[in-house]
Design a protein around this ligand. Structure first.
Ligand code: PLP
Length: 334
């Protein structure tokens, strides 16, 4: 019978990531004690949440004798950057299928790192063009005698999500060591794998806290809740666990704003606030929107003084360098 602890895993992340109390931010917002789980510090080529998923995906690929690690995303995908790095550690060639309509994409942020890591880039015009392109590449690699491995967007499948089951085990130990009992753990939800893994982790190992995901991709809260639940259950099945209680899956779409990758005023305020108070940088696409959601909950009076909450900082900071124009409203020029 397969179980969680027998799943192959390549130790490519720097773990455990710190669980840190934010004294200045807590004081300023005047509500619950705020902790950050620093998954922006997973270490691999600027880190981020995808490294945890890639520990399981890379191990799976290595067991299969893979030569080419194929994955997909936008040109500034954090997942793609970490996948390119993981492939290197597994001695594989990374093949990246990226969608853009820009004829002259600036080599900046995540894309620059992809290049430095020696990944091959394949541009397609739109998101839906990525899957057929990945299939075409896989066929070509097979015809040349190689062994391709295709990783879905965000690494969010039943293998990748195991990384966040493991994160819950790690964080629960830190919470116990620090004597913290959070009411809620906040996280950004893009392709659902991070939140799905966390929910399964709590179902398996306990914790006593809610998990709230703020969505950053198009789709209603109901649709993304359903996707997250399906992925949590697929992951559970893979390791012989029961389906999770649907009530554990809470997704909120109020921070999405006007589009994927477009920071809202509240997200920009969150970037500025955390940088100024705690010298920690959020990213403009994911963590800043989720952080803004957490601030909104605090300001709405959801918590009282003795409460604690945790924010999972999922990384993505290289995108800051590629989105300077969008950050202009909070740049002081001083
Ligand atoms: C920085 C960052 N935070 C959060 C997420 C969301 O994680 P998931 O796709 O597992 O929902 C991503 C996904 O790309 C990300 O890059």
């Amino acid at each position: 019978m397969p179980n969680f602890f027998s799943q192959p895993r390549e130790r490519i992340a720097t773990l455990p990531t710190p669980l840190e109390f934010m004294p200045r931010l807590t004081g300023l917002l005047g509500g619950p004690r705020i902790y950050l789980k620093r998954d922006d510090l997973t270490g691999l080529a600027f880190g981020g949440n995808k490294t945890r998923k890639l520990e399981y995906l890379l191990a799976d690929a290595m067991q299969k004798g893979v030569t080419h690690f194929i994955t997909e995303g936008g040109v500034q995908s954090n997942h793609v950057r970490q996948a390119a790095a993981a492939a290197r550690l597994g001695g594989m060639q990374a093949e990246l299928v990226l969608n853009t309509t820009d004829d002259d994409v600036p080599l900046q942020g995540n894309l620059l790192v992809d290049d430095l890591l020696g990944a091959h880039r394949h541009y397609v015009p739109t998101g839906p063009d990525r899957k057929p392109k990945m299939a075409e590449l896989a066929e070509r690699i097979k015809a040349d005698g190689g062994v391709p491995y295709v990783v879905v967007s965000g690494g969010s499948d039943a293998v990748g999500a195991l990384g966040y089951v493991a994160m819950i085990l790690e964080m629960n130990q830190q919470l116990a060591d620090q004597g913290v009992n959070p009411k809620c753990v906040y996280v950004a939800n893009g392709s659902a794998g991070t939140q799905a893994g966390m929910i399964l982790g709590v179902a398996m190992f306990g914790g006593g806290y809610a998990i709230k995901g703020f969505t950053v991709v198009p789709g209603s809260a109901a649709e993304i809740t359903q996707d997250t639940l399906v992925l949590a259950d697929q992951t559970a099945k893979r390791i012989g666990e029961n389906p999770v209680d649907p009530a554990l899956v809470v997704c909120d779409d109020t921070q999405f704003g006007s589009g994927y990758g477009i920071p809202t005023p509240a997200a920009l305020e969150a970037i500025k606030l955390l940088a100024n108070e705690q010298a920690i940088l959020l990213d403009p696409v994911y963590s800043s929107k989720a952080f803004a959601g957490m601030i909104a909950d605090i300001r709405a009076g959801l918590y009282s003084d003795g409460d604690s909450i945790v924010f999972v900082h999922t990384g993505g900071t290289p995108a800051l360098f590629a989105k300077v124009d969008l950050l202009k409203p909070i740049l002081t020029g001083g």
